[in-house]
Design a binder for this molecule. Structure first.
Ligand SMILES: [Zn+2]
Length: 397
């Protein structure tokens, strides 16, 4: 017959097997003494990790851009070709995480005009806390721009579901780039695109072109972001160049973690799917340029055939096409997105906000607006993209 284990309380009042206490000094404690011991134990337990207090330096706080005006004149004008805007906008729409790339163009020292003619999407490296431009991809992108006769004149990244204002980290990165490139006398701008900002009721993506300037005030020298009122060039986009980049984006992101389900409604109060929303945004970029329907049609066909269909039918393989690999243009199809898709599902902004690996910020925070304080700091929390301090690839320019 098995003997029943004798249960006793240990020194801290917890029930345990009497044999576990054999050889140990056994204290007989009263109820009050037990209570005191328990209290001591609680005090000795490790304290929960404290989160940084609001007001402490937060590299992910967004700073509202200042406008150039009488106080501070625009140092140069910015003209952006539709081709660059289309590529940046397509790239930003496919990922719930931040995307990143380089901008190519030229600077006219005499007229003080910066022309941004092309955008080259890059791979990003996730480092847990932030995304950085993959150096190999960055080198390839620089070379591609060089082959087409462009200099590297800027970088872009997306704020998927929050305002297109730079974070403190963005400002720091931008300032370092400007210092680096100013050695050659050419300007270097930053572009931020926000495709799915809940506070933007328009399907047209928000886009900010900015520069960082230093200002000395009573509290010392500050780096402040200034926003350009850029012009869109009437130069028609090169269909082949646009499609090659769109194809790279489609093949890279269609199976990637955090790719946007383009067949879903982009918000609950809209009848547009994410794909239709993107096409509306692109149509607005191209609105002043004649005969651009082919570009839109090709992009739509590419997404329906090789992004949406593949997202639904193929298992995520994790593989992606190599950067700047040549793709054949796909034949156009004769259907529209609204005919094909009947989805009541809406893009999940919560998902866009809680993804740890994809550098996503809390979308609800973008509704809070800026504080009325002079700092213009927005109360947001999230992760950011960052590009290497000194770009190795651009040193050739
Ligand atoms: Zn940013």
């Amino acid at each position: 017959m098995r003997t029943r284990k004798r249960r006793v309380r240990d020194a801290f009042g917890n029930w345990c097997d009497a044999r576990d206490l054999e050889g140990q000094t056994y204290e007989h404690l009263s109820a009050e003494e037990f209570a005191l011991r328990r209290e001591e134990m609680r005090k000795r337990q490790p304290k929960p990790c404290k989160l940084p207090k609001r007001g402490a330096f937060d590299p992910f706080q967004l700073i509202q851009c200042k406008a150039f005006g009488e106080e501070r004149q625009e140092p140069f004008r910015v003209i952006v070709c539709a081709e660059a805007l289309v590529v940046v906008d397509v790239h930003a729409h496919v990922s719930m995480g931040e995307v990143i790339g380089l901008l190519g163009g030229s600077y006219d020292h005499e007229d003080k005009v910066l022309r941004i003619c092309a955008a080259e999407p890059c791979n990003s490296l996730s480092t847990g806390l932030q995304c950085e431009m993959d150096p190999v991809s960055q080198t390839q992108a620089s070379e591609m721009l060089g082959v087409r006769g462009h200099s590297v004149v800027g970088w872009y990244h997306s704020h998927p579901a929050f305002d297109p204002n730079p974070s403190l980290r963005d400002i720091d990165t931008q300032a370092k780039y400007q210092n680096y490139f100013s050695r050659g006398g050419a300007p270097f701008i930053g572009m931020i695109v926000s495709p799915y900002n809940p506070s933007n009721s328009s399907p047209v993506s928000q886009n900010t072109c900015l520069l960082v300037q230093e200002e000395t005030g009573s509290s010392g020298t500050q780096k402040l972001p200034y926003k350009f009122e850029y012009q869109i060039s009437l130069e028609p986009p090169d269909l082949t160049e646009v499609m090659r980049r769109a194809e790279w984006v489609v093949f890279k992101y269609r199976h990637s973690y955090g790719s946007v389900p383009m067949e879903r409604l982009y918000r609950s109060d809209s009848s547009l799917t994410c794909l239709e929303k993107m096409l509306t945004s692109l149509r607005t970029i191209l609105s002043e340029i004649p005969e651009t329907e082919t570009v839109l049609f090709q992009i739509e066909a590419l997404f329906i055939t090789h992004f949406i269909d593949k997202q639904e039918t193929e298992q995520a393989s994790g593989s992606s096409s190599h950067l700047h690999e040549q793709f054949k243009l796909f034949p156009a199809h004769t259907f529209t997105t609204s005919e094909l898709m009947d989805s009541s599902e809406v893009l999940d902004y919560e998902e866009m906000c809680s993804n740890e690996e994809q550098s996503i910020i809390n979308a609800s925070s973008s509704d809070k607006g800026f504080n009325s304080s002079s700092s213009g700091i927005q109360d947001v929390a999230g992760k950011e993209v960052n590009i290497p301090l000194v770009p190795s690839a651009e040193s050739e320019y």
